[in-house]
Design a protein around this ligand. Sequence first.
Ligand code: GDP
Length: 330
Amino acid sequence: MEGSRVTLNQKKRALIAGIAGQDGSYLAELLLEKGYRILGFLKKEDDVSVISHLVKDVVLEETELVRKEDIIRWTRLFAPDEVYNFAGVSFIPASWDDPYRAFQVNTLLVTAFLEVLKDHCPGTRFYQASSSEIFGDPPVSPQDESTPHNPVTPYGVSKLAAHLLTGLYRRRHGMFAVSGILYNHESPRRQDYFVTQKIARAAAEISLGRTEKLRLGNIDAKRDWGFAGDFVLGIWLMLQAKEPDDYIIATGKSHSIRDFLSAAFGHLGLSWEEWVETDAALVRPVEVGLLVGNPARARKKLGWEPAVSFDALVRMMVDAQVARLSRSVK
Ligand code: GDP
């Protein structure tokens, strides 16, 4: 027995803030495969369906994340080797509706983590979920790590402040604190209000005769969409690197919402033009520019490559929605 306890204690420990979300859940799976012990933070109101298969293998703690005292207590108790911060307000329109909340979670929480780690666990490695939105309306496309920042939404500004602060603590306090500048990343675990999942779900519903229309905003908008399961590998690699640095994690390829519609509906033998209506109320007052990431640094220094193509990602999301709906009618 004693021997097994020793083995357990030798396992690496990771704290994942925002474990009940898409990225937190994929990362938790990856770290469990690698033998980590995991403590996950989640909010009371979180839907835990994406981590229901993991609950027996991880320790979960409901916490109001902006409370620095909770972070201090848990960080000292658990003594993580690595902290991954995915907690955040991630839907851009929500950051216009409640910018105060966006800053509380996206920025102040990061300040709390950095302060706590600096004072109590200086050897712990820290990952901050930064975003392509820090480039907002960029002067060039594709962007790389040296492209000037120009956010155009409260979300982008809140993420940029956290991004800059993480770099500042790295330089000023010698911490292993890094930001992953992630471009849009999707999966069957994406929430329904993001456009990819909204399309995948509607295409599945239409193919099964459950709905007749899909209303969307600007379908000419373009994004660099990758698979979240690929992206968490890049995130983990960032914390295993010899030297701390910020990295772009992206596919480097841009597709429009029309492309997504065509691939999703086409996969089910449907023609999207017959089912989609544009709704002016869904068009955003401010759109980002052409956000496409150049992942060369991650490829060169981390050996990271995305494995799932755009078409495979769309098919995966549509198939998951068809399977979910088929289960719900049985
Ligand atoms: P974002 O890049 O984090 O904002 O990801 P979203 O999936 O929310 O939006 C991606 C793009 O899809 C944006 O340019 C939106 O303007 C556009 N879009 C068009 N129609 C819709 C819609 O009905 N819902 C959402 N969420 N986005 C839409």
